[in-house]
Design a protein around this ligand. Structure first.
Ligand SMILES: Cc1ncc(COP(=O)(O)O)c(C=O)c1O
Length: 458
C-alpha cells in the first residue's frame, strides 16, 4: 500500500494539490507517527488545536460515555446535562470577566460570526439600529467564512473572494517587531519602546477612526487578545487594553475578544483576557476548547445582555443545527474536566517559562531569525532576509511554506504564516505544543527547530 498521497491520488480534495501527504497513523502526546513509521514532533498541535497532545484515551473515553447515551438533540428542543455542566464550568471560570452564558458552535469562524451577530442584535434590541459597523485589526485572523474573513486583516486571503467580502473598518494590531515608533533592531530596545509608547499609539489610532466614522454607527471592536499566527504571538503593549476598554466604554462600542487561538489555556491562563484585567462583552473560544477531539467552539456573553434580548426579541436569533449538541458539549466538558483534574495549567507554567527563554537563547542568533516572542505555550518566530533592516523576504521566495515543509521532512511540525510585514511580504512560524509537554520534550522541540533553521536553504 502507498504510504503517501499526492493529487490526483484517492478521492480526497487535498488542501494543496502540489504537495505529497504522508498518511498519519497515530499520535501519542507530542508525537505523531505516519504509516511509513516516521515520527514527528508536533510543535504546533496542527493549527494550535491539540492542546492536550494526541491519543489521550482518558479524554476519548469520557466523551464516548456521553455519546453512547445521546449524541445529538437540537438546541431548539432540548438541553442536556453535558451542556449544562459545560456552561456551569465556563461561567465559573469566566466569573471575573462577568461572562456567564454560553452557546456552542462548530468552528471558530462560526463562533466569530455568531459573536458579531450577537453584538449587532443587541444594539437593535437596545434601540440603536444604526450601530452596525465592525472594527477589526490588521494583521489579524478571525476565520474563513465570509464575514469572519471580511473581519480578518489578511489582504492576500481576500483577493479571490473580493466581490463577496463585506466592508469592515480596520486599525493596526499591536506588533512589537514592526512597531512604527521604534527603529531599533535590538530585541530589548524594541520591547522597551513598544511597551512604553504602544498603548497610546494604538489607542489614538482607534479613537481617530471612531471619531471619523461616528460612534453611533459602530457596533463592535473585534480583536485577538493575544495575536496568533497573524503577528507571531505578539502580546499587547503594557496598558493597551486599559486604554482600549476605556475608549470602547466611552463610545459605547462592544468588545469582542477572539480567543479561539489564545484562549483555553494557551497563554498560561484559561482566558488570555485574565492577563490584562480585560472584561470583554463577548468572548469567543475554539481550538483548545475541543483539543482536537471534535469541532467545538463557543461564545460567552453576559446575562444582562441576554435579558435585554429576552424583553426585546425573545432571544438570540442566530441558529445552526449543531448549537449546544450533546456530543460537542461532552467534548468541551471532558477537556475542561481533564484540565482541572490534572491541573494542566498550573503544571504548564514552569515548562513554558523554560521553553520560551531557551527558544530565545538558542535561536535568536541564527540566520534569518528576526524576532522571537510569545507567552505561555505559544511562540512566534519571524524570519527576515536582512536582520539589520528587518527587510522581509519577497513573498515569491515562499520562505515560510518551504521552511515548514523542510521542518516536516525532518520530523518537526510548525505552523506558517506570511504577509504580516506589509500585507504581502513577511514570513513567520508559530509554535503551540501540547500544554502537557515535558521539560525534556521542550528541549527536544528547541533542538529540532535549531537544526531545521540551521539546515534550511532558501
Ligand atoms: C483567532 C482565530 N479566530 C478564528 C479562527 C477560525 O477558526 P476555525 O478555523 O475553527 O473556523 C482562527 C483559526 O485559526 C483563529 O486563529
Amino acid at each position: 500500500m502507498q504510504h503517501t498521497l499526492k493529487y490526483p491520488d484517492g478521492h480526497t480534495l487535498l488542501r494543496n494539490l502540489n504537495k505529497t501527504y504522508p498518511v498519519i497513523q497515530e499520535g501519542k502526546g507530542v508525537y505523531l507517527f505516519d504509516e511509513a513509521g516516521k515520527k514527528y514532533f508536533d510543535a504546533s498541535g496542527g493549527a494550535l488545536v491539540a492542546n492536550l497532545g494526541h491519543g489521550n484515551a482518558e479524554l476519548v473515553d469520557a466523551i464516548a460515555e456521553q455519546m453512547k447515551k445521546v449524541a445529538y438533540v437540537n438546541g431548539m428542543q432540548f438541553t442536556s446535562r453535558a451542556m449544562e455542566a459545560l456552561s456551569d464550568n465556563l461561567a465559573k471560570k469566566a466569573a471575573p470577566l462577568h461572562l456567564d452564558r454560553v452557546s456552542l458552535l462548530a468552528s471558530g469562524s462560526e463562533a466569530v460570526e455568531a459573536a458579531i451577530k450577537f453584538a449587532r442584535q443587541l444594539w437593535v434590541d437596545r434601540g440603536y439600529p444604526n450601530k452596525h459597523k465592525l472594527i477589526s485589526r490588521t494583521p489579524g485572523y478571525h476565520g474563513n467564512t465570509l464575514y469572519a474573513l471580511s473581519a480578518s486583516g489578511r489582504p492576500h486571503y481576500k483577493k479571490v473572494y473580493g466581490p463577496l467580502i463585506s466592508s469592515v473598518l480596520s486599525v493596526s494590531t499591536p506588533y512589537g517587531y514592526r512597531f512604527p515608533l521604534s527603529n531599533s533592531n535590538d530585541a530589548d530596545e524594541i520591547l522597551r519602546e513598544y511597551h512604553e509608547k504602544g498603548a497610546d499609539y494604538y489607542a489614538q489610532e482607534l479613537e481617530a477612526l471612531i471619531e471619523k466614522e461616528g460612534a453611533n454607527t459602530i457596533s463592535a471592536f473585534i480583536f485577538e487578545t493575544v495575536s496568533g499566527s497573524s503577528t507571531g504571538a505578539w502580546v499587547p503593549p503594557k496598558g493597551y487594553f486599559h486604554k482600549i476598554e476605556a475608549l470602547c466604554k466611552k463610545h459605547e462600542i462592544l468588545m469582542i475578544a477572539d480567543e479561539v487561538l489564545c484562549g483555553s489555556g494557551r497563554t498560561g491562563k484559561f482566558f488570555a483576557a485574565e492577563h490584562y484585567g480585560l472584561k470583554p462583552d463577548i468572548l469567543v473560544l475554539g481550538k483548545g476548547l475541543n483539543a482536537g477531539l471534535m469541532p467545538v467552539a463557543a461564545i460567552l456573553v453576559k446575562k444582562s445582555d441576554v435579558d435585554t434580548m429576552k424583553s426585546a426579541s425573545q432571544g438570540f436569533m442566530h441558529a445552526q443545527t449543531y448549537m449546544q449538541a450533546p456530543s460537542m458539549a461532552a467534548t468541551a466538558l471532558s477537556v475542561l474536566n481533564y484540565m482541572d483534574q490534572h491541573q494542566v495549567l498550573e503544571k504548564s507554567h514552569a515548562v513554558s517559562e523554560h521553553w520560551l527563554s531557551e527558544l530565545k537563547a538558542h535561536l535568536h542568533a541564527l540566520p534569518f531569525v528576526g524576532s522571537i516572542t510569545g507567552i505561555g505555550h505559544m511562540a512566534g518566530i519571524e524570519f527576515v532576509e536582512d536582520k539589520a533592516s528587518k527587510k522581509p523576504f519577497p513573498v515569491a521566495k515562499k520562505f515560510a511554506p518551504k521552511f515548514v515543509q523542510h521542518a516536516q521532512d525532518q520530523g518537526l511540525i510548525v505552523w506558517p504564516n506570511y504577509g504580516q510585514a506589509d500585507g504581502v511580504n513577511g514570513d513567520l512560524v508559530i509554535l503551540g505544543p501540547s500544554l502537557q509537554m515535558t521539560m525534556s520534550e521542550a528541549d527536544e522541540c528547541i533542538a529540532k527547530l535549531k537544526t531545521a533553521i540551521q539546515t534550511f536553504q532558501i
